[in-house]
Every structure is written in C-alpha cells, then in structure tokens.
Design a protein around this ligand. Structure first.
Ligand SMILES: [Zn+2]
Length: 48
C-alpha cells in the first residue's frame, strides 16, 4: 500500500488509477484529479 500524498488515502500500488514520478520516487493517487494537483505543485506534497 502507498499513501496518496494529496488526500491521504491509502492506495494499492497495482490498482492505483494514477501515478507520477518526482525526484526519483513514484507517487500513487486515488484519481487523476489528485495527480493533477500533485503535478501542479509537487514540492508541496512530495515526501522529503
Ligand atoms: Zn487522492
């Protein structure tokens, strides 16, 4: 399981509707809408 960094929902990586790579890490999202938010401001949501 992985955590959607935008809304905090737990996401199964194999079934994630959307994903994005940022600074070498892959992030999983519950929906394309959350991916869009992340991609618009990844520094706000990425795990440091
Ligand atoms: Zn989400």
């Amino acid at each position: 399981m992985s955590k959607d960094p935008v809304c905090g929902m737990q996401i199964g990586e194999a079934s994630a509707p959307a994903r994005s790579e940022y600074e070498g890490k892959t992030y999983y999202f519950c929906s394309p809408a959350c991916k869009t938010v992340f991609d618009g401001n990844p520094d706000k949501y990425a795990v440091k």
